[in-house]
Ligand binder design. Structure first.
Ligand SMILES: Nc1ncnc2c1ncn2[C@@H]1O[C@H](COP(=O)(O)OP(=O)(O)OP(=O)(O)O)[C@@H](O)[C@H]1O
Length: 213
């Protein structure tokens, strides 16, 4: 179980999250909505251990998130072009987490092809550079990069916002299938209520920012 328990997070001079709790079980897809600026990305960053709450705890299987094994959590961002190196092929982009952990090796190579296929990428695209593929194809490479280490939990932060509805639906379906098969929990952040309704097991909403909070 991946949990935030009664967390509060501030940026200097800006209280963002106040007493927020959330649990995500293995294989569960939890939607997170709410108006712009309400703190969805901030909650995701806290859940990933990238921003410490000033109150409350974040844990993975009951242990503090800071001791989570490397590769157990992954994140898929909104804009693939700003999340990838334009000088690297898609193959190298997908391989990046493994290159950091275990340089070279046949096992890594074969899992790239496999993971790319899971993310809906055909092998002929793997030797292309980001400027030679569409946004949707590049986002699939980012998804493959996120999945290549078999994370136990994944955050998707508006990850389909720049894709057309058909590509979004296909990508979401592939992601859900993967999550079910590998018992991977997903925190799915989106403004798209229809997407959350179609894909999430349940959805939460953060309140609007403002003095009333
Ligand atoms: N690094 C930062 N420093 C200071 N304030 C920040 C920082 N990052 C975000 N904020 C502020 O925190 C609040 C919540 O931002 P956050 O990005 O978490 O909201 P969000 O719900 O994800 O918004 P959106 O739906 O527009 O992406 C906003 O008021 C934002 O301006």
């Amino acid at each position: 179980m991946w949990s935030a328990r009664r967390i509060s997070v501030d940026y200097p001079g800006t209280p963002v999250l106040e007493d927020v709790s959330i649990d995500i079980a293995p294989g569960e897809i939890v939607g997170l909505g709410g108006p712009s600026g309400c703190g969805k990305t901030t909650l995701a960053r806290a859940m990933l251990g990238l921003r410490a709450p000033h109150r409350g705890t974040i844990s993975l299987d009951g242990h503090d998130i800071r001791s989570a094994p490397r590769g157990s959590l992954a994140m898929l961002f909104q804009a693939p072009r700003s999340a990838t190196n334009p000088r690297h092929t898609l193959r190298r982009i997908i391989d990046e987490p493994q290159r950091i952990r275990a340089p070279r090796g046949a096992r890594a190579r074969s899992s790239i092809e496999e993971t790319a296929a899971t993310a809906g990428l055909t092998p002929d695209l793997l030797d292309r550079y980001p400027h030679e593929v569409s946004d949707g194809q590049l986002q699939r490479a980012c998804l493959a990069r996120a999945l290549v280490q078999r994370p136990r939990y994944l955050v998707c932060d508006e990850a389909t916002a720049m894709l057309d509805p058909v590509t979004t639906a296909t990508l979401a379906r592939q992601l859900v299938d993967h999550a079910r098969e590998h018992h991977m929990g997903i925190l799915l952040i989106s403004h798209d209520i229809a997407l959350l309704g179609a894909v999430a097991d349940r959805a939460l909403s953060l309140p609007a920012p403002g003095p009333a909070r």
